[in-house]
Ligand binder design. Sequence first.
Ligand code: MG
Length: 182
Amino acid sequence: MNVGQHRWIMHVDMDAFFAAIEQCDDHGLMGKPVVVGAQPGGRGVVATCSYEARRFGIRSAMPISEAYRRCPTASYIRPDMSRYAGESRIIMNVLESISPVVEPVSIDEAFVDVTGLEKLFGKPEQIALLTKQRIFEAVQLTASVGILTSLPWEPSTSSAFFSILTPSLPRLSMRTTFWNPT
Ligand SMILES: [Mg+2]
């Protein structure tokens, strides 16, 4: 089987994007439940919430009244879309520094074709790690990166990838996964 015949696609998804930006901007919010969206007492829903808020069962698209019932002490912040769009542009530029084929899916998510980039950056899992590093250096935010491939599933590759991520980058997300769509 010729590896070169198979495509390697990265899926990059920022972690709790809006809430993570708010926590980055105000370190007093770090480690605390943060809900970005409508204001309690009004109508509307949760746009994004921090992982700390998710522990209370709060989720994106949940009515804000339900979020408030679950965690009244959370910080409720109105979205600043121009601020988030600015961060998104920086992140997409980082992705374009890796590959010319970047397909944004949303403000915080994109598919990146990394087929044939081994000589430049190493194996796909190394490219994924490099991507996470470059994003973190650029915006101090963590991303989850998955890799889709038409190659057969290789569990050993996956566990090797996890061990690469652990020691040097404790703040980066550990939710990086491999999956095979076929
Ligand atoms: Mg996301």
